[in-house]
Design a protein. Structure first.
Length: 309
């Protein structure tokens, strides 16, 4: 992908985040509005986006790519969790801090950040498939391991994985595998409604930034460690590994996009529910998200140089 095209797409993404920030700071978007929009996106818009992603014609390798992406990202989450454990041991972190470090540094924001980035840089259909598999791998590791760090002894519950987005992702993969297509009016509906997901998700990121006390984020060393691992070190290590693997550049780009996303917000939600370093978890997500305005463009531009399409 040409440098100018990539830079232009990053600029559009930045402007959509800025719109949410301005809306929140000016009082147009209230706190209750952002909570409603988050649920609206995750439970209604995102499933439509997933189903719309099944309308990819003439690309039989896409399903194979999606499977490879799922496996490699799951391996990434396992590896970065191990590196977080090493970091926590070196810094003598408490179990609560270790849980926050894994939940934020090892686990990227595949939904609100990964999906818009993949759609913008890889095309809506392919980007949706890749982001859907990324969210699936995220859920597998988060709800089988990470949740146990916040809730010791927690048993894996099947219903945790039964969400509208996961159901729609499975349906999308089935449709891709068997070559079926949704009826034209349904497909048009899903594509139209799903098209709202990307800008709204990025606006939510802007709202999160507006709600953050930037000055309070500047004085805690732990937060810089999260951002350094999540936004720079882990993406660079993963991109180096991808450069060594015999993969096509489209798949490498999709994997790199997910790897450079800031911390996922689910860890902050879980920390608040369990009373485990809730403030620190929220600050870690906010710090990583603020710094994404520098780290994500830098990593994406490097991706474009390493894996030109």
């Amino acid at each position: 992908m040409a440098f100018g095209v990539l830079a232009g797409q990053i600029t559009v993404i930045f402007l959509e985040v800025l719109l949410g920030y301005v809306g929140a700071r000016s009082g147009i978007i209230k706190d209750r509005d952002s909570k409603f929009l988050s649920d609206f996106i995750m439970k209604l818009l995102l499933p439509c986006t997933m189903l719309a992603g099944a309308a990819v014609d003439g690309e039989p390798e896409l399903l194979t790519q999606a499977g490879v992406l799922f496996v490699l990202l799951l391996a990434l989450f396992v590896a970065t969790t191990g590196l977080c454990r090493l970091s926590s041991w070196l810094h003598h972190d408490t179990p609560g801090k270790y849980a926050v470090l894994v939940g934020t540094a090892a686990m990227p924001n595949c939904g609100f950040i990964g999906l818009p980035l993949c759609s913008a840089l890889l095309g809506t259909a392919r980007g949706t498939v890749f982001a859907g598999m990324a969210m699936a791998s995220y859920n597998v590791w988060f709800f089988t391991y990470v949740v146990c760090l916040f809730r010791p002894g927690e048993k894996i519950r099947l219903k945790t994985f039964i969400t509208p987005t996961n159901i729609a992702t499975v349906a999308m993969l089935v449709l891709l595998a068997i070559g079926w297509r949704l009826p034209a009016p349904v497909q048009q509906f899903c594509s139209t409604v799903g098209g709202c997901t990307t800008p709204l998700a990025l606006m939510i990121v802007g709202v999160l930034l507006a709600d953050s006390d930037i000055r309070a984020l500047l004085h805690t060393g732990f937060l810089y460690r999260v951002t350094l691992l999540r936004g720079i070190l882990f993406p660079l290590l993963f991109m180096l590994l991808l450069w060594l693997l015999p993969l096509d550049n489209v798949l490498r780009t999709g994997l790199s996009i997910i790897a450079c996303c800031p911390a996922g917000s689910l860890a902050a939600v879980l920390a608040k529910q369990t009373g485990t370093e809730a403030t620190l978890a929220s600050q870690a997500v906010a710090h990583s998200t603020v710094c994404m305005l520098v780290t994500v463009p830098a990593m994406l531009l490097l991706t474009g140089v390493m894996f030109p399409m």
